[in-house]
Design a binder for this molecule. Structure first.
Ligand SMILES: Cc1ncc(COP(=O)(O)O)c(C=O)c1O
Length: 448
């Protein structure tokens, strides 16, 4: 007979053999919205396009979700960052402070507009940067600050904004992972000068496979956003004005925005469910010796895109990767690392943007040191002491209980000094598994 206490990596029975629940991102309502568009197109003989009524409504509803302002739907989160930066009309060869840990799409737009990405390190124990680390990377060439709220945890924006204002610098918020996160009572995306959201299918709300939104509360800047996302068309200028700048066509379209409108209605429930999962997990982990959920700072609300967990390896006889591999073997979808550091990655170190020229770093107009390699010791240290759990809004109490049971089992196997009195059965801290159904009831998310 198999030993249930033996880690699955050593041949024991895994805590969970069922796959993680399906996310069921799209349902009948999205399908109906898309069919409705096609029905109208077929009936009228007019194709649906872009910048139409669905996009107008979606952008207005998204702005309302953020408490008012102006939104422009674009075709990805990467282009949202690009458009937001371009709307600031920063001159080439300027330095832009960029997030240390982020998706490549959150940094690549900077050199593509002829500017120099300068990564600020993370705050200690975090994947987010902070004012102190940003100040340390500022030079007379700095022209903008781009921050990302990684995992859905808001950056400490008050201090960042104070620093930015003191230097007259605009702040761009990359909210790709933080739809609905709240910083001291205000939604992220409304704190800086302009914000970018990704609405690709992995995010809290989606406009289809790909998508993004640029948001600002400043109407003049919004016009520039429209210029930069649609070939310099003269939005906000008198009729007859010609195209005002060179820009790509980065528009979203009616199909995407029709889906986005349905998804946006689901977003509050998505956030509630994710936060509930995180809160239950955080509470249950407090019974463990080595694993803690990293929670949002006081007065902030995490959007919980993924769960960031701290691991106290000093108490373990194994390293983090071994621990996480053992948890994964128990059937829990953890990753040992989220160390995406685009501004020090190979493409950036090798200055591979415009052919092999090294432009913009190597251009005579750039007066900084083209060879600077930025160290990110805090980011490396934070990554060494943390791991992440992939969740979505359809994960419930069963998944919390299984996750904690897996953590507890692996911890027990690897603790340097085994506990004299083992903790209560981890499932008991969440709910009695035997009396729960596998899937929580869904309140407002339809399944296809
Ligand atoms: C922080 C951040 N910025 C930008 C992006 C790029 O978004 P997209 O994949 O929609 O282009 C992502 C995507 O995951 C992201 O997480």
């Amino acid at each position: 007979m198999k030993d249930n206490r033996k880690p699955a990596v050593d041949g024991g029975v895994p805590v969970r053999s069922a796959p993680w629940p399906k996310r069921c991102l799209f349902g009948m309502e999205e399908k109906q919205a898309v069919i409705g568009l096609f029905d109208r197109a077929i009936e009228s003989g007019e194709a649906f396009g872009y910048n139409g009524p669905e996009e107008e409504a979606y952008c207005a509803e998204f702005s309302a979700f953020l408490g008012g302002g102006f939104a422009d739907a674009v075709n990805s989160g990467t282009t949202a960052v690009h458009v937001a930066l371009r709307a600031l009309e920063i001159e080439p060869f300027s330095e832009v402070i960029v997030p240390p840990v982020t998706d490549p799409g959150g940094v690549m737009p900077v050199p593509l507009m002829g500017c120099i990405p300068v990564p600020a390190d993370t705050a200690p124990g975090s994947y987010n940067t902070d004012a102190e680390r940003i100040a340390a990377r500022m030079t007379p060439r700095t022209r903008a600050i781009l921050v990302a709220h990684i995992a859905g945890i808001p950056c400490d924006m008050d201090a960042i904004l104070e620093l930015a204002r003191s230097r007259g610098l605009p702040v761009v918020e990359d909210c790709a992972q933080a739809h609905g996160a709240v910083y001291r009572g205000r939604p992220v995306g409304t704190l800086g000068d302009i914000a970018a959201f990704s609405t690709m299918f992995g995010k809290h709300h989606a406009t289809g496979g790909q998508g993004g939104i640029v948001f600002t509360r400043d109407e003049q800047r919004y016009h520039k956003v429209r210029w930069m996302s649609d070939r310099g068309k003269p939005f906000g200028l008198p009729a007859g004005s010609g195209n005002v700048v060179a820009a790509l066509n980065l528009n979203s379209d009616e199909l995407a925005c029709a889906i986005g409108r349905v998804q946006l209605r689901k977003l509050p429930d998505v956030l509630t469910r994710r936060r509930r999962f995180a809160a239950l997990l955080a509470r249950a982990c407090r019974e463990l010796e080595t694993v803690r959920v990293v929670e949002a700072p006081p007065d902030c609300e995490n959007a919980c895109w993924f769960i960031f967990l701290r691991l106290d390896t000093a108490k373990l006889r194994c390293d983090k990767r071994t621990f996480v591999a053992a948890v994964k073997a128990e059937g829990i979808p953890c990753d040992a690392s989220y160390l995406h550091t685009p501004a020090i990655d190979d493409w950036c170190r090798r200055r591979r943007v415009f052919g092999t020229s090294g432009f913009p770093w190597t251009d005579a107009n750039y007066t900084g040191d083209a060879g600077t390699v930025y160290e990110l010791p805090n980011a490396l240290a934070a990554d060494a002491g943390h791991f992440r759990l992939s969740i979505h809004e359809n994960c419930g109490e069963t998944e919390v209980a299984d996750t904690v049971a897996a953590f507890a089992k692996v911890e027990r196997a690897f603790l340097s000094r085994p506990r004299a009195c083992p903790p209560a059965a981890p499932g008991a801290m969440v709910a009695d598994r035997s009396t729960r159904t596998q899937r929580e009831p869904r309140e407002s998310m339809d399944t296809a």
